[in-house]
Design a protein. Sequence first.
Length: 80
Amino acid sequence: MNFDPISDPIQFTINSCHRWQIYRRLCELGISCTCAAYQPLTVQINSPIAFIQFWSVMRQATIPRPILAESLERCWKYRS
């Protein structure tokens, strides 16, 4: 897959109760995003790595903890 972050940026808008949590984590990762009071979170993805990090942050913030724990357990069992 050829990805040119200059000509092919991906932009997401997130309306969620988790938007501030997601915003803070994306800022820590250096991913371009904006979030104003009473406004949705807007994220600009400029690389495949940023997309994977974004996906991981969204997954962690929105999937219930028991399902995440179950997924982690499966990973550990598969690794053994």
